[in-house]
Each structure stands twice: as C-alpha cells, then as structure tokens.
Ligand binder design. Structure first.
Ligand SMILES: NC(=O)c1ccc[n+]([C@@H]2O[C@H](COP(=O)([O-])OP(=O)(O)OC[C@H]3O[C@@H](n4cnc5c(N)ncnc54)[C@H](O)[C@@H]3O)[C@@H](O)[C@H]2O)c1
Length: 255
C-alpha cells in the first residue's frame, strides 16, 4: 500500500532516541524527509541521520534544541522551514518522565514537566498550523501522550500524567479549530515501551513486576510497534481521523 509519505517533510522532536528515533526511521523508509530534533548525544544523532540519508530516498537533517527554551523552538521550526520550504507532518514526541510523589514535588519540577511535555507541543503546533494556513496546505500533527493521561499515575508521576492529559485535551481542541483548514491533529498513547525513558529508570525485574500483569499482551512494546501507528496517522490513509487518541498499550489501557 502506498501511504503517500514519499516527498513529504516531517519534523520529529526527540528524534535521537527511543520512540522518536523509530518514528524517524519508519518515515524515512517511506521516503519522507525527516528533521530529527535532538538535545544531546550529538555524535550518535549525526551518525543516525547519515544512516537515514545513505539508506533511504529522502533527505534528512538534524537540528539541536532544548524544548524548554522558546528561542530554540523558534530556531528549530525556522531552520526546518528554511531548509525544506514546507513541513507536512509534525510529531511532538520529546518528553520527560520525572518521578516525585505530590507530597514532595517541587513547584519547579511541576513547571518544567508542563513546559517540556505540554507547552513546547503547544508552541510547535501553533507554528505548524500558521505555516500550513499561510501556505494553504493540508498537514498532520501527531502528539505523543501516554496511557497515564487516562489512568493517572500509579507510581509518582502525577505531573507527567497531568501534562499528558492536558496534551490529549489540547489535541482535541486544536483538531476542532483547524479541521476546516484540512489539518488533522491526533494523539498516540503508548503503554510501556522499551526505551531509555524506562530502561534508564527501571531494571528488567522491576518492569516485569510493575507492568507485565497489568498488560493483557504480557510484555512491554518495542518503540517500532508504536512508531507504525504514528506513521499511519501521518499518512494519506487517515484523512478522516482527527481529534483521536490511538492507544498502543498491549491492552493496558482499554476504554
Ligand atoms: N517509554 C514509555 O514507556 C512511554 C510510555 C508512554 C509515553 N511515552 C512517551 O513517548 C515519548 C518518547 O519517549 P521515549 O520513551 O522514547 O523516551 P526517550 O527518553 O528515549 O525520549 C525522550 C526524548 O525527549 C527528548 N527530550 C527530553 N527533554 C528534552 C528537552 N528539554 N529538550 C529537548 N529534547 C528533550 C530526549 O532528548 C529524548 O530524545 C515521550 O513523550 C514519552 O512521554 C513513553
């Protein structure tokens, strides 16, 4: 099946690791030019972009930036636009998962979580819709949320869950606002994936103990298993889906 992704340009935040990296690879496989946004591990990100350019038809580039700085978000979007003249797909994937129970949570940690997980997607969405409206083109926005947006946190991540819940509601509201311009805005809610966010914070034993019995499919997912759904939502086969959140949780979240 042709997903119509060839020749499109996608901006993926946090594209240097985990889910973001898998999304970049799958979109590049489909012939999409990918703007791989990253904050750290420059050498490995540049090698990854070289691999994309050597292996696939599209032309990808890396742009560095801190999602908590508005000037970096301006630079990211402007650099991508200048290079490709157009952006068709925005994936707000970068995020943090700090741990603190509410009784001990500092205001600054709460604020920072909101800034990175909710405010930076808002800023990039705003830039993206203005870019598409100015150019009178259709486009796709996909926001990465979490099962925690619906379940709430069970283990000291109330700020994270609240930021993702906010992003779900923002996605619905924006979808309503820009549908008339042919812009689709959707979200993807992973359950638990094997990425640095999880493996850096939990041992294999802890993951098994905490999650396997809550997941009907009895395992955590690979990032690729979630990335395929993101690529599907970026494709021309989902023009009639907007304001939706697709759960990719192995059944951990059923609603
Ligand atoms: N791993 C999971 O189980 C899981 C579950 C549900 C949702 N998610 C969501 O999936 C998305 C991807 O996470 P992941 O699991 O691939 O983890 P990850 O840690 O590999 O990726 C997060 C990315 O965000 C980037 N990032 C974080 N803070 C940043 C900042 N201030 N500026 C710029 N970039 C920043 C990191 O550099 C990294 O590339 C996140 O939004 C996360 O909340 C993950």
């Amino acid at each position: 099946m042709d997903f119509g992704l060839k020749g499109k340009t996608a901006l993926v935040t946090g594209g240097g690791s985990g889910l973001g990296k898998a999304i970049c690879e799958i979109l590049a496989q489909e012939g999409t030019n990918v703007v791989v946004h990253y904050r750290s591990n420059e050498e490995s990100v540049l090698r990854f972009v070289e691999h994309l350019n050597e292996t696939y038809e599209g032309k990808s580039m890396a742009v560095k930036g801190d999602m908590s700085k508005e000037s970096d978000l301006d630079n990211l979007f402007d650099t991508a636009c200048k290079h490709y003249q157009k952006i068709d797909i925005l994936v707000n994937n970068a995020g943090i998962w700090p741990k603190a129970y509410v009784k001990d949570m500092s205001v600054s940690e709460f604020e920072n979580t909101m800034k990175i997980n909710l405010q930076s997607p808002f800023i990039l969405c705003k830039k993206m819709i203005n870019h598409l409206i100015d150019q009178e083109r259709k486009g796709k926005i996909i926001n990465i949320v979490s099962q925690a947006a619906f379940h709430g946190s069970t283990s000291g991540h109330a700020h994270y869950a609240a930021s993702k819940g906010g992003l779900v509601t923002f996605t619905v509201s924006l979808a309503r606002e820009v549908a008339k311009h042919g812009i689709n805005v959707n979200a993807v809610a992973p359950g638990i994936m094997e990425t640095p966010m999880i493996t850096a914070n939990m041992s294999e034993e802890m993951i098994k103990k905490s999650y396997h019995e809550r997941i009907p499919l009895q395992r955590i997912s690979t990032p690729e298993e979630v990335a395929y759904t993101v690529a599907f939502l970026a494709s021309n086969k989902t023009d009639y889906i907007t304001g939706a959140t697709i759960d990719v949780t192995g059944g951990m979240l059923m609603r």
